[in-house]
Design a protein around this ligand. Structure first.
Ligand code: 5RP
Length: 284
């Protein structure tokens, strides 16, 4: 049995009515039913706590890379903000510089995660579509090969990440040394953001392309699959081997695939690798 058959269980059509049962909810103890209406009382935005995947794994190496990457940002620039724990450290530093008055830039974010972090850090965030181009973007990666091809999408944000980095004159990728690989795909599956309705079409096409393993990514603190910022599913796909640029193109030609996590046609300008001994820069 293949993995996607284990993970994905289609609902029999005849059972749909069971999802429309009426559920009686107990009344909340502080219910305001019957209470006098309260005047509108706007509150300043509250800080939320966020859970980030493995935020502490190699954190100091990630921070070293993130701080080095921020050196590429100057006042007046338009800047794309990536997603994930390494990008979050760059956002934190950009916020610090903004708040000391050392840096004034306009930003766009690649996910709700980076948008929220950036706004809390005090950065001016605008929608991606309001930019015709960007001066620089900073983002992490899950794998980097010697030609600087990437696999991204560990945070299911690769669709907007590819759009933002494609707009950017300089894409700076920030990683710790554990992300360097000899061959793309040797550790990390390739994420595909797909329309939920396309799951069978995509599965058939992945079989045709020789996929070894296909998993529907499941949520950790929600029942069912991960739902992306755009309302879609994510399939994680393993291949025995592939040519990065050809596979990136092939996967995006499947009906229902929104975007895949191979960044071969949108490679970084350079990669900053953080290590315990310091940082080094890899050029394409
Ligand atoms: C999110 C991504 C991230 O950049 C990638 O997963 C790396 O994350 P981290 O910096 O937390 O290791 O592609 O979609």
């Amino acid at each position: 049995m293949t993995e996607y058959e284990i993970c994905w269980i289609p609902l029999p059509k005849t059972n749909l009515e069971q999802h429309f049962q009426t559920v009686e909810r107990p009344r909340r103890r502080n219910s305001r039913v019957g209470a006098a209406p309260k005047a509108f009382d706007p509150q300043p935005p509250r800080a939320f706590s966020y859970s980030v995947r493995q935020p502490d794994a190699n954190k100091e190496s990630k921070r070293a890379a993130a701080l080095e990457a921020v050196q590429n940002v100057e006042s007046g620039m338009t800047v794309g903000l990536g997603t994930g724990s390494t990008a979050a450290l760059a956002i934190e530093e950009l916020g610090r510089l903004q708040n000391t008055g050392a840096l004034q830039c306009d930003y766009c974010a690649t996910s709700y995660q980076s948008m929220q972090l950036a706004r809390e850090a005090g950065l001016r965030v605008f929608p991606v579509e309001s930019f015709d181009s960007l001066d620089v973007s900073i983002d992490g990666a899950d794998e980097v090969d010697p030609a600087l091809n990437l696999i991204k999408g560990g945070g299911a944000a690769h669709t907007l990440e590819k759009i933002v980095h494609s707009l950017s004159s300089k894409f700076v990728c920030v990683i710790d040394g554990s992300k360097l690989v000899t061959t793309l795909g040797e550790r990390t599956p390739v994420p595909l953001e797909i329309l939920p309705q396309a799951i069978n079409v995509v599965r058939h096409e992945l079989d045709r392309l020789g996929a070894r393993e296909v998993s529907l990514r499941m949520a950790l603190r929600k029942d069912g699959p991960v739902i992306t910022d755009h309302g879609n599913f994510v399939l994680d796909v393993r291949f025995d081997s592939f040519h990065a640029e050809a596979m990136e193109k092939e996967l995006n030609s499947i009906s229902g695939v929104v975007e895949n996590g191979i960044f071969a046609r949108c490679r970084p300008t350079f990669v900053i690798v953080g290590e315990s001994s310091g940082v080094r820069r890899l050029e394409g």
